[in-house]
Ligand binder design. Structure first.
Ligand SMILES: [Cu+2]
Length: 286
């Protein structure tokens, strides 16, 4: 018996250590090895979602423990040996009212919290910058409507990744997430993201920003984020869109306001000169 209880204590301690370390393991901007739970939050919306997630986790843990306790009690108290002559009682009005009302109240509480979160996510505050993400088979195009340029963002192949790593062994080029031209935005600014699809339905999702929104042909969807920390944040297309659905990652670099202004000037020149209509490229046999 003692060996068994020691085993249980060890198991409970191990689970607690895992849960406690989960926060430390959760990657910011990208998944990390042995991660438990969602990626760390980098925006107010993501923080809100994480908080909601933690509250729900508390509620379902309490309910599960309560139901398990009831089951154990019934098994111990009312088995044939402990209770040889069972009572024939049916119906208990008070009990029935309680077990109907309690779940309703719990669900109402969850509904109110989730509506609050939903409004927060869908109500874009006054935006400092607008970017438009167009999902294509199978890459993203980003445009900055205020600055009138657009560019394609294509996943790095294994060869391109290796070349980058050869040049700089410390380069942060996660497999299947790194791209050639990433979306660049300033830190602490409200960025409005408009999404649409050029061919089929895609979805623009960045876990650390708490955003996931469909990119639908013929429609303009909108979401927003306000990154609180500089850094690189990754996401993926989250709507099954064809054979290379898994290979159209999203990479967002959040930089200081000065760095963004400098990048914007450069990008205007760089992407203006690359404006070759696709038809011309095809016609030239390239
Ligand atoms: Cu897609």
């Amino acid at each position: 018996m003692q060996v068994l209880s020691r085993f249980y204590v060890a198991a409970i301690l191990a689970v607690m250590a895992l849960v406690g370390a989960g926060a430390a393991w959760a990657g910011i901007g990208q998944p990390s090895d042995w991660q438990l739970g969602p990626q760390d939050a980098a925006t107010p919306v993501a923080e809100d979602i994480l908080q909601f997630h933690n509250i729900l986790l508390g509620i379902i843990t309490l309910i599960t423990v309560f139901v398990l306790g009831l089951l154990i009690y019934v098994v111990m108290r009312f088995n044939a040996r402990a209770n040889p002559t069972p009572s024939r009682t049916t119906h208990n009005t008070l009990l029935e009212v309680i077990w109907t009302l309690a779940p309703v109240l719990i669900l109402l509480f969850i509904a109110v919290l989730s509506f609050k979160s939903l409004f927060f996510q869908l109500n874009t505050p006054k935006a400092d910058l607008t970017v438009k993400a167009t999902g294509k088979q199978w890459f993203w195009s980003y445009s900055y409507p205020d600055s009138k340029f657009e560019f394609d963002s294509i996943m790095l192949s294994e060869k391109e990744r290796k070349a980058k790593l050869d040049k700089d062994p410390k380069a942060d080029v996660p497999r299947l997430l790194s791209v050639d031209n990433e979306l660049v935005v300033p830190v602490n600014k409200v960025v409005r993201v408009q999404t649409t699809g050029a061919d089929v339905i895609h979805a623009f999702a960045v876990p650390s920003f708490g955003i996931k929104i469909d990119a639908i042909p013929g429609r303009l969807n909108e979401t927003w984020f306000q990154a609180k920390r500089e850094g690189v944040y990754y996401g993926q297309c989250s709507e099954l869109c064809g054979k290379d659905h898994a290979f159209m990652p999203i990479m967002v670099r959040v930089v200081s306001e000065q760095a963004f202004a400098a990048w914007l000037e450069e990008a205007k020149k760089k992407y203006a000169s690359e404006e070759t209509p696709a038809a011309v490229t095809v016609a030239a046999g390239q």
